[in-house]
Ligand binder design. Sequence first.
Ligand SMILES: Cc1cc2nc3c(=O)[nH]c(=O)nc-3n(C[C@H](O)[C@H](O)[C@H](O)COP(=O)(O)OP(=O)(O)OC[C@H]3O[C@@H](n4cnc5c(N)ncnc54)[C@H](O)[C@@H]3O)c2cc1C
Length: 460
Amino acid sequence: MAEIRETSATSATIAPAAAGRADGARLRGTRAVARGEEHVASWYAATTPPRTFRRFEGSERVEVCVIGGGLTGVATTLALSEAGIETVLLESNRIGWGASGRNGGQICSFFPCGDAPFVRDLGADGARRVFDLTERAKETIADVVSRYDLDCDLRWGYYNGCEGPRQMSEARRLGEMYRRYGCGSARMVESREESCEFVNTPRYIGGLFEETGGHIHPLRYCLGMAEAASGLGALIYEGSVVLGWRVLSGGQVQVYTPRGDVVADKLVVACNAYQGFGVPRINRAIMPVGSFIVVTEPLPGITEIFPRDVAVCTLKHLGEYYRRTSDGRVLFGARANYSGRESVRNFDEKIALAMRRMFPSLGGVKIEYSWGGTLAVTARRAPHVGGLGGSVYFSHGYSGSGVLLTQMYGRALAGVIGGDGGDFELLSRVRAIPFPGGGLLRGAVLTATGLYFRLDDLRK
Ligand SMILES: Cc1cc2nc3c(=O)[nH]c(=O)nc-3n(C[C@H](O)[C@H](O)[C@H](O)COP(=O)(O)OP(=O)(O)OC[C@H]3O[C@@H](n4cnc5c(N)ncnc54)[C@H](O)[C@@H]3O)c2cc1C
């Protein structure tokens, strides 16, 4: 399959051919983003103190403009602001409105693809550097939470549960990979009894426990970082959809909104699965995938289900991911929908069923919240980061591990803009493979991929 080669930060502007203008992009395509919407009615929104940012109006001249107020855009903006770089962030809806404010809050320890794409494209040394960057990203999350005093329920500990021998072999391979990179904090759990010390389900025969993964309240984390960036001088706007942009002859970028323009030296596109821009090189590398979550009423016996306050996932392609919440509920996510649609009929019942299979004792428990969201996956399940000519950068396609990776890629974007492009250069050398075709063909590829994952999971 053809690959998408990214330009380096310094090479000439690439014209996104189908964008309607030679040197820019405009909002178009099938996934045009919503405008001015409130957060979905999630447990996260219900447990986050209200915080609004104003709407963009007029004109602004800054060093950097960031489009998208999810974890990628906000982490990038915070890192830029820490470096004293003037930044405007434009969010179409509310900060954390997209996947970032709706996800399972799981801080995965590493990439969902394992190390294979990195070893192949960057060699053993490059893959080691990538591994070190993920370790540093976890430290950065801890540091950001403590430095800015973010109230976002950060907890460490991540358990990969296994339902059968094939998943146990997978867990051993994963543990082996951590050891190869000198990370000794992952350990195998070889018995059902010990597994129940992490999560009390009859379905797991063992698993892999990782000290360095964890969980967080993603909406409060995202909003807290936005607030911190704003405190450092970043201009953060909500309800401010970007309609398109144009690279000016001097290399600056003019960014259009319905109520005015921003002119910036650099532009960061951080729209992930919600982007509606007509930039084929960005769009073709990612597929939108729906994921869904239910949250129960508070349960008096929650510590019997989760003796340890860790994030849990089942080690399979379309594994369930779940944990307890700070107010004693079960937050349970499952069932990726490969049609990219956020609303699937009866999805809450289907997820509740999966939850009850995992915990038969939750048979009569009430579901108080349910919602869906869209994430972006790449063909190799490694993120896609790069530059579109000298002034425009993007990062997306974390394939289900964005809570950790947005901090890492956001910092890499801020680094290259601030003059330290080492991490960005490394990460952008990982090739992205375009999904074929548009419209119907992409849908068919997605459905086939989903079906393959389901069948493969059944064998585990
Ligand atoms: C239900 C669900 C569960 C998940 N669980 C986990 C998990 O447990 N752990 C994990 O690591 N990952 C998880 N993920 C994935 C993770 O949430 C994403 O990888 C991550 O949030 C991506 O962040 P982002 O900032 O790149 O994108 P998003 O958070 O989607 O943000 C993109 C933003 O761009 C804005 N935007 C788009 N177009 C425009 C425009 N034209 N103008 C202005 N703004 C625009 C959108 O409004 C949106 O707010 C989950 C995702 C979902 C949906």
